[in-house]
Design a protein around this ligand. Structure first.
Ligand code: FAD
Ligand code: N01
Length: 566
């Protein structure tokens, strides 16, 4: 430790960590915990002033998970799993943020997290075979490994609408909501967007606001949440059988235990099919997608589910013209299916107006509102519920340079390229958690995060034990995987609409389907890769570098090269 301290003074670069982790959401927190357990020194750099990631930033009214809390929670520690009490079927943002803080405290993680520390650049230094990170404060950090736990939905997408900056009143983005609650009482509010965030926020804003305009470009499918308080007895019962439930979840397409029905919608008689849809509808939540096995792979089956949900929407909305506008015509579940609490009913309120901007886009924003097709809609508070630069946005904002100074942004010009969504050829010792090409946003994210973290931790341990700490995905393995992801995606309905899964929501972003749609097949592949000595990766020795005052050493004196395990 003394040697690295002196080196820090000598080079102005902090060399005291083996692994630099970027991001203190659930992924960064668990990565830190796992690495510590293996004896690595690790430090997290987080641009926010607290932990929680998504749940730190998305504080808009109504924000909550759409996967039941008993499943949207960590399973790596039985005591944690047993002691934490959820209060609702779908916990609201403040409760999930409390949970993230509890995890940070329970495992004493904060002492290795630097807050208000945006990572601006990460450069692979060939001579030392280390990543050098540049932090916003000017600090530089040199680490053998860098793990990007930067999130799939962490960079808000602000549309380039003329006059946006001229808006005179308060303006909010759902993905960057202020810490203090926003009171809409007596206000005239304009909400742009009708995705998951808007669908959660609109009913609550409508209750408070004097007048609410919702600017909708594309209507979305939503199924009811049927949220409710979670009683202690019910919770205790789930906890008694947690391992079985988690094991069942691992076998499903998306890592959620929702009793998927193996039958085909197309081959099921109409009466039986409707009964299954009705049953899922009355249960509520994303389990609706498990009603039949072919809903997301067969357009005929998909159309049956779509029509069922459309008929429900038409029944909820009183004004037939408003109902028509709110009824989606696109492929069902092709954009992320939303889960709502009284969303459609909100449009029956006299203070709520739906403005269709599908044929005539928002023309411009003016100090007192917004102009569509020459008509001015006057309001004093603007809410942008316009989503995220998803999956690649956070990585693209860091100047990441791999071998030969190649920028990740340039390598990904035509779309992200990763082996298993974990690593990219030419960028040794750099890993992403839930990166493009992994199930990530098409799955229950907490188990996906755990699977990635465990896999990366095992790989680093393996590399250390074999004294080959330089780990790099091969170009062949990456090419094969990218082709496979495309192939699997093309056998689903997902590429058939303009979703953020495809990057279609951000102007100029290449249109590539980014997540991998099959969780169990993915996990099997990762396990197989590991069992075969990390097939598709090259593992090499560290270069010999001069170390101040101590002659030549292989790398620097950290747990990685110097541990008893090595
Ligand atoms: P994040 O939580 O996004 O954390 C990434 C962190 O990295 C952030 O704190 C960010 O500030 C930091 N960061 C990024 N770039 C830098 C940088 N350059 N320097 C320093 N720090 C940086 N998933 C589900 O499975 N179920 C749900 O019900 C669900 N609900 C959601 C609801 C909302 C409103 C949203 C937006 C997403 C939801 N998700 C859900 C997806 C959610 O993002 C994941 O479940 C999960 O929280 C992601 O954790 P993470 O740690 O990977 O990323
Ligand atoms: O973002 P979105 P989000 N003019 O991209 C519209 C997760 N999440 O924040 O569809 C007019 O879905 C855009 O219109 P269109 C979840 O994974 C989960 O709502 O492109 N409109 C769309 O309606 C989710 O999928 C929960 O035509 C414009 C909206 O803005 C993901 O995060 C809650 C526009 C953006 O919808 C993102 O959801 C919240 C413009 N110029 C989020 N630009 C849960 O329930 C954009 N839009 C757990």
């Amino acid at each position: 430790m003394k040697l690295s301290d002196s080196r820090f003074r000598h080079t102005g670069c902090d060399d005291r960590v083996d692994v630099a982790i970027v991001g203190a959401g659930f992924a960064g927190l668990y990565m830190l915990h796992r690495l510590r357990g293996l004896g690595f020194t690790a430090r997290v750099y987080e641009r926010a002033d607290g932990v929680g990631g998504t749940w730190h930033w998305n504080r808009y009214p109504g924000a909550r998970c759409d996967i039941e809390s008993m499943q949207y929670s960590f399973q790596f520690d039985t005591a944690l799993e047993q002691e934490w009490e959820w209060t609702e079927r779908y916990a609201a943002q403040p409760e999930i943020l409390r949970y993230a803080n509890h995890v940070a405290d329970r495992f004493d993680l904060r002492r290795d997290i630097r807050f208000r520390a945006p990572v601006l650049a990460a450069t692979w230094e060939e001579t030392t075979a280390r990543w050098v990170l540049r932090i916003g404060s000017g600090e530089r950090v040199r680490a053998r490994y860098c793990v990007m736990a930067t999130g799939c939905l962490s960079i808000p997408n602000t549309p380039r609408i003329e006059g946006l900056e001229s808006f005179a009143g308060p303006r909010y983005h759902t993905g960057e909501w202020p810490h203090d609650p926003v009171d809409f009482s007596g206000r005239r509010v304009g909400v742009v967007g009708t995705g998951s965030s808007a669908i959660q926020a609109i009913p609550i804003i409508a209750e408070q606001a004097k007048r609410l305009y919702v600017f909708q470009r594309t209507p979305n499918y939503a199924v009811p949440a049927h949220n409710r308080p979670l009683g202690r007895a019910e919770q205790a019962e789930v906890k008694k059988h947690y391992p079985e439930m988690r094991a069942r979840a691992k076998k499903t397409r998306n890592g959620v235990d929702h009793s998927p029905n193996p039958a085909s919608a197309v081959e099921t008689a109409e009466e039986e099919r409707i009964a299954e849809f009705e049953s899922r509808w009355s249960t509520g939540g994303l389990g609706f997608l498990g009603a039949f096995s072919d809903l997301l792979v067969d357009h005929e089956a998909n159309a049956m589910a779509a029509e069922f949900v459309r008929s429900k929407i038409r029944r909820k909305v009183e004004d037939p013209e408003v109902a028509r506008l709110l009824t989606p015509r696109s492929t069902f579940g092709c954009k992320r299916l939303c889960v709502d609490i009284d969303y459609f009913e909100t449009f029956n309120r006299p203070n709520v107006t739906l403005v269709d901007v599908s044929r005539s886009p928002i023309e411009r924003i003016v100090p007192g509102g917004l102009v569509v097709d020459g008509d001015v809609y006057a309001f004093d508070t603007l809410v942008l519920a316009t989503g995220f630069d998803a999956m690649t946005g956070a990585l693209a904002r860091i100047d990441i340079r791999g071998r030969g100074g190649i920028a990740l942004k340039d390598k990904w010009r035509d779309g992200p390229r990763m082996y298993l969504g974990l690593a990219s050829a030419g960028f040794p010792n750099l890993f992403a958690i839930t990166g493009p090409g992994s199930p990530s946003v098409l799955s229950n994210m907490l188990p996906s995060i755990e699977q990635h973290v465990d896999w990366i931790a095992d790989l680093l341990d393996y590399a250390r034990k074999h004294r080959r700490p330089i780990v790099e995905a091969t170009a062949e393995a990456e090419d094969d995987w990218v082709a496979h992801v495309n192939d699997v995606a093309n056998r689903t309905v997902f590429p058939s609409c303009n979703s953020w899964y495809l990057g279609a929501n951000v102007p100029g972003k290449p249109r590539v389907f980014m997540p991998y749609p099959r969780m169990p097949a993915y996990v099997r592949k990762c396990d197989r890769v590991a069992a075969r000595g990390y097939e598709g990766f090259e593992l090499n020795e560290a270069p010999v570098v001069p170390s101040p005052g101590s002659g030549l050493v292989r790398g620097l004196p950290h747990a990685i090269e110097g541990s008893p395990a090595a």
